[in-house]
Design a binder for this molecule. Structure first.
Ligand code: 5GP
Ligand code: ZN
Length: 107
């Protein structure tokens, strides 16, 4: 399988990790949509958030606790978290990931 996020989680593509835990890593989005835009990615491959919830629910728990920790580290007053599911909703990488966005106003 040619999955870019599997390559990043395995360290095959040099990437600065802002968080690494047992099941999850976080790194900056290549094309940021906010001053802080991180991706929180499970180390195991699941196509989307629902599949991840079924297959590795502990990774979902770690994703949200890591999001809170990162928001504190990046001094975010508030933050937005987004899982896109399906191409119609804007998903372009089919390895589950949470977008963590902050540092600007959101409507
Ligand atoms: P999606 O559109 O699937 O919800 O989000 C995929 C995100 O991954 C996009 O925001 C895109 O900018 C980001 N992205 C795609 N390829 C790479 C990459 O190789 N490195 C990093 N850091 N981000 C990537
Ligand atoms: Zn993958």
């Amino acid at each position: 399988m040619n999955c870019i996020f599997c390559k990043i989680t395995k360290g095959e593509i040099p990437t600065n990790f802002h968080y690494e835990g047992e099941r999850v890593i976080a790194f900056a989005d290549l094309n940021p949509q906010a001053p802080t835009h991180l991706l929180l990615v499970p180390k195991s491959h699941y196509e989307n958030a629902a599949e991840l919830a079924k297959g590795d629910p502990n990774a979902l728990v770690e994703i949200f606790s890591a999001a809170e920790q990162l928001a504190r580290e990046f001094n975010l007053e508030g933050y937005r978290t987004v899982f896109n599911t399906g191409a119609a909703a804007g998903q372009s990488v089919f390895h589950a990931h949470l977008h963590l966005l902050g540092g600007r106003a959101f409507s």
